[in-house]
Write a protein that binds this ligand. Structure first.
Ligand SMILES: [Zn+2]
Ligand SMILES: [Zn+2]
Length: 250
């Protein structure tokens, strides 16, 4: 069969509907659309947090060793002491299926069923279960225009549909551009730059709310801490953070 041009494209998209694309990690076949861009095996091999591991109760950093259940909430890494959020959690480690899902989300505004499930599960665990309002970390308008969407807002809307919590995309905005890749900036300089990058445009919407900041990945915590700071200054009662993934160390 010879197919050319438009016919080939039409045929390919029909095939893509019937047979999902190859797994973004191992190139194997993806068994179901709900799995997103990776196969069931790759999901299996990705470190997903169960909610029972010993972590820094504030920033979610996995820590070695075990503590008795009644002491879990007292565990702190101390690296996050200065951060303004009350608690940050991720669905799992930045690797395998979670890493591939985050990269895919930069090109296509879609959160697969498996990921929605994981985000919902993580959100219903203490202390994030106290959240009353979802606020996606805003992209700078120029970057959002270039990409066509804000991936954090895509995650926020998906979680909103699953959890029933409102997704508020208007309260928190970026006030000016931050150049993330500027050479020669140390962590402190970067912190100072992002600190000026956010402001709350509708304080009444976040007053007394327990805000759940949502983003794709938690790295140093500097960005979400800056967001938390302005939200708290605007009257938010507490600020939590939920991301798809985080590295196992800073
Ligand atoms: Zn795979
Ligand atoms: Zn910590």
């Amino acid at each position: 069969m010879h197919l050319t041009g438009v016919a080939t494209i039409a045929y390919d998209s029909l095939l893509a509907l019937v047979y999902p694309e190859a797994c973004a990690v191992c190139n194997g076949s993806v068994e179901s659309r709900a799995l997103g861009v990776t196969c069931a095996d790759c999901w299996q091999q990705t470190h997903i947090f169960t909610g029972t591991e010993t972590i820094c109760w504030k920033c979610g950093l996995p820590s070695l060793g075990n503590v008795p259940d009644e002491k879990r909430e007292e565990v702190r890494c101390r690296l996050c002491d200065a951060d303004a959020f009350a608690a940050a959690r991720a669905c799992g480690v930045y690797e395998g299926a979670l890493r591939a899902s985050i990269l895919a989300l930069k090109h296509s505004p879609h959160v697969c069923g498996r990921l929605v499930e994981l985000l919902s599960e993580t959100q219903t665990r203490s202390p994030l279960h106290r959240a009353t309002r979802i606020v996606p970390v805003p992209l700078h308008p120029e970057r959002e225009q270039a990409r066509g969407f804000n991936q954090a807002a895509v995650i926020g809307r998906a979680l909103s549909r699953a959890s029933g919590l409102p997704c508020d995309e208007v309260s928190l905005i970026r006030s000016h551009h931050t150049d993330r890749h500027r050479a020669g900036m140390d962590a402190k300089d970067r912190r100072a730059t992002v600190a000026e990058a956010f402001l709350v445009s509708y304080p009444a919407l976040v007053a007394d709310e327990r805000v759940l900041l949502v983003d794709d990945v938690f790295t140093t915590g500097a960005t979400v801490s800056s967001c938390a700071k302005v939200l708290l200054a605007a009257g938010a009662a507490e600020v939590f953070v939920l991301t798809i993934a985080r590295p196992v160390r800073y």
